[in-house]
Design a protein around this ligand. Structure first.
Ligand code: FES
Ligand code: FES
Length: 181
């Protein structure tokens, strides 16, 4: 099937098999290897990207389902050379060790802060609860997200790096995954 997907603002046209998963489209067709393929069973969350403005586990989405839609990956978080505050906070707070979970964690964190600019620790933990980190014990990940929120709050008079929050929907858990519908 011929599909056109806008990934990080660029249109990509490809002919793909209907069974091709979005994570493989991103990594193998486009060479965007920032999104990781961990479990393939919707458990780990390393593959989280945004489909339009909704975080999805891209191992559970067919590439053809993204036809005509926008996908944002971790490569699309930074604005040029300016890191997103979430990326800066993960670096500052040592929010990663091996880094395997990090792209998905960052995408969910960015989505959370666009929805809720001043989350509580519990709300951060809830948001990432469908994603697995084998290294950090989650403490520094949570600290990173809270630091990014604080920085964005302190800089609230300055233009945000990312656009307005996504419209509608609510956070739900689908299996072990954090998605919106
Ligand atoms: Fe998608 Fe693990 S690879 S949830
Ligand atoms: Fe290694 Fe999270 S930093 S899995």
């Amino acid at each position: 099937m011929k599909i056109v997907i806008t990934v990080n603002g660029t249109d990509h046209t490809r002919v793909v098999e209907p069974r091709l998963l979005l994570i493989h489209f991103l990594r193998d067709e486009l060479g965007l290897t920032g999104s990781h393929w961990g479990c393939d069973t919707s458990n780990c969350g390393a593959c989280v990207v945004w489909l339009d403005e909704t975080p999805v586990k891209s191992c559970t989405v067919l590439a053809v389902m993204a036809d005509g839609r926008r996908v944002t990956t971790v490569e699309g978080l930074a604005a040029g050379k300016a890191l997103d505050p979430v990326q800066e906070a993960f670096a500052a707070c040592h929010g990663l060790q091996c880094g395997f979970c990090t792209p998905g964690m960052m995408m969910t964190a960015r989505w959370l802060l666009d929805q809720n600019p001043d989350p509580t620790e519990q709300e951060v933990r809830e948001a990432i609860s469908g994603q697995v980190c084998r290294c950090t014990g989650y403490e520094n990940i949570v600290r990173s997200v809270l630091r990014a929120a604080k920085r964005e709050g302190d800089d609230s008079d300055e233009p945000r790096l990312r656009s307005a929050p996504p419209q509608g929907g609510r956070a739900v858990h689908q299996g072990a995954g954090h998605v919106r519908r």
